[in-house]
Design a protein around this ligand. Structure first.
Ligand SMILES: [Zn+2]
Length: 97
């Protein structure tokens, strides 16, 4: 497993909530253990990592997904979406015979 830093122009990613630093785009190459389980995966994974506090997203198959996780978990978004409401499960009542 090898990790490289992919450079981006300043302002590409939202700043870290705590330290107001822009995260680094870290590309992980090769086989590694997925955080979610014991599954070994191949190929490139992308994560965003704050150079100051070390806050990091999980490794995602695309930068877009990492960007999204960073935006929702660690950065202050301009547009804050309300938490998704869990749909109520409607069970039709039937008269017991
Ligand atoms: Zn930080």
């Amino acid at each position: 497993m090898r990790q490289i830093e992919q450079k981006h122009p300043q302002g590409t990613f939202p700043l870290c909530n705590g330290c107001k630093r822009e995260p680094l785009h870290v590309v992980t190459l090769g086989r590694h253990r997925d955080e979610a389980g014991a599954v070994m995966r191949e190929g490139q994974r992308h994560s965003l990592e704050c150079p100051r506090c070390g806050t990091s997203t999980l490794r995602h198959p695309t930068l877009e997904l990492a960007h999204e996780e960073w935006g929702t978990r660690f950065a202050q978004l301009e547009l804050v979406l309300p938490p998704q409401r869990r749909a109520l499960r409607v069970v039709p009542r039937r008269a017991s015979a």
